[in-house]
Design a protein around this ligand. Structure first.
Ligand code: ASC
Length: 128
């Protein structure tokens, strides 16, 4: 367990930083901002799939204030939030699977699905 609320906040933020870096690099390839490299893309997708399982645990009670962009709404809509987190994990796992063997078209679609889950949560539950 976390000893202090700020440890839980730091824990989830650390995971999100790693997710943003890996997903951002995949995004650069999808947008043609850098050359598409299937091997690198697939490695990043595996990273995101593993990392997607980390942040949820950090959203413990009493961590809606302090050094966080998380809105208190998370805890008054916890079932919805939890479900979105699970969808993120499921879609990230699918993307990793498709990235290993799939066509670029399939991969683009799966990448978009993960991006939607990021955005959905940010729009609803993150300070802008
Ligand atoms: C990213 C990133 C996000 C998501 C989101 C997807 O690369 O940092 O927060 O994608 O913009 O819509």
């Amino acid at each position: 367990n976390f000893r202090k609320p700020e440890h839980a906040i730091k824990y989830r933020q650390s995971a999100f930083s790693l997710i943003a870096y890996n997903f951002g690099d995949m995004g650069a390839m999808m947008k043609g901002k850098k050359a598409f490299d299937q091997k690198v893309f697939a490695e990043r997708a595996v990273n995101v799939a593993a990392l997607s399982k980390i942040p949820h645990e950090g959203f413990i009670d009493g961590t809606d204030s302090g050094n966080t962009d998380a809105l208190a709404k998370i805890w008054s809509n916890k079932a919805d939030f939890d479900e979105r987190m699970m969808t993120f994990q499921t879609n990230a796992a699918k993307l990793a699977e498709i990235a290993a063997t799939g066509s670029k078209k399939e991969l683009k679609q799966a990448f978009g699905e993960v991006g939607k889950t990021c955005k959905g949560c940010h729009d609803n539950y993150k300070k802008d």
